[in-house]
Design a protein around this ligand. Sequence first.
Ligand SMILES: NC(=O)c1ccc[n+]([C@@H]2O[C@H](COP(=O)([O-])OP(=O)(O)OC[C@H]3O[C@@H](n4cnc5c(N)ncnc54)[C@H](O)[C@@H]3O)[C@@H](O)[C@H]2O)c1
Length: 450
Amino acid sequence: MKSVFNRRDFLTAGAALAGSLMMPTAFAATRERVRIGMIGTGMRGQVLLQELLRRDDVEVVALCDIEPIMLGRALKQVEKSGKAKPKTFGEDRDPQAYKRMLDAGTLDGVIIATPWEWHAQMAIAAMQAKVPVGCEVVAGVTLQDHWDVLNTQLKTGTPYMLLENVCFRRDVMAVLQMVRSGLFGELIHLQGGYQHDLRAVKFNSGDPAKPYGGGVEFGAKGWSEAKWRTEHSVQRNGELYPSHGIGPCAMYTNINRGNRFTRINSFATKARGLHDYIVKQPGGAASPNAKTQFKLGDVVTTTLACENGETILLQHDTSLPRPYSLGFRVQGTDGLWMDVNNSIHIEGKSKPHQWEDFQAYQDKYDHPLWRKHAKDAEGAGHGGMDFFVIQSFIEALKARAPMPIDIYDAVTWSAITPLSEQSIAQNFQTLDFPDFTAGAWKTRKPIFAL
Ligand SMILES: NC(=O)c1ccc[n+]([C@@H]2O[C@H](COP(=O)([O-])OP(=O)(O)OC[C@H]3O[C@@H](n4cnc5c(N)ncnc54)[C@H](O)[C@@H]3O)[C@@H](O)[C@H]2O)c1
């Protein structure tokens, strides 16, 4: 696939950000192609790799993973694409192998798609090595991780983007157009979340051929996310995966760009779903894992207050049977949109007290990027949005423009997790939300994707 993004899409954004995110001279001139490395070629890494391999403006020059099966699968993808074989790192299972890849001095950018506990240290090492970072959600685990990632970015000037793909969902972007055109009036309240039955992701048999379900193993005996993600449900109680929900809501409310989160609290229910799932699986009741105490409440509800008077409610709900839904709601003085019923109600346009089907609004307000690139996005992961998230990272790298989801967005969205854990641990206390921008939110301009 050719590089199809109009560079001006990003340069406009770049101009608006100049002054708040200075580019070091090392990143001064534009380029036609970029050399990319990947750390983590697991299930997600392979999806992102496919997007990279489709492009003729990207050379995948290095891959790093400490699981030889995952690394082998990624190499097969490259071979199938007919592209040159990348250098590989991590076959020796050395968890620090990624540092050798970063130090080789051959990368224009690196994508990090490893378990959460690795993101902050890998991003910091990459930024210190002057390798721009595209990091999978989340930015870090502890609050200190978030400050460390931010401070390293500010100190080194190395670009950093959080690869939050839901911001690029077609309806989410159309709603951004609606918000900006004033269709909802003044925004009042928003909702989103991560409502995704992950039980068959958190437990499997450990068989590399079957990453989803089919067993009750996790940790060392699990495979893919069951190897590491489940442990977070054992050890932590909070909004563990905020960015899919908060990313779009933060875009709509211009967080860090004229607005900011001021206060946060979280409530957690009891934890039943994961244990229930284990004992209902064949042989599950007899498994030692049936004795595991999970700390993560089945439904965690987080409320954020914003400087400009809006509230945002997030729900993390991954341990119970339910269909997938991010549960978006955008409500203003003139009406609201909810994605779960794909409906909208606008006073003066919709019949009083009735929902209208969203489709006509989707067609009218379709985002210019989607109008232009819908064909290119066909077949890409998650209904096309993975095309856009990779596209935006690569185009910003080529143009040496600021990242469309930048370091301030990354740490602000992702720090919701440790803050929500703290709130729950302190009996659901409401906490002050740190201002990672040190006051710059007052003057930064809305830029996302426009
Ligand atoms: N944006 C999305 O839609 C989306 C979807 C799925 C996953 N993710 C995120 O992507 C990340 C990866 O998830 P996944 O599903 O691919 O998990 P996974 O377990 O399938 O893959 C992670 C890979 O990282 C490798 N790894 C672990 N430690 C390493 C190290 N020190 N050096 C090199 N490689 C190392 C593992 O061997 C594994 O292959 C997570 O942050 C997850 O939350 C995002």
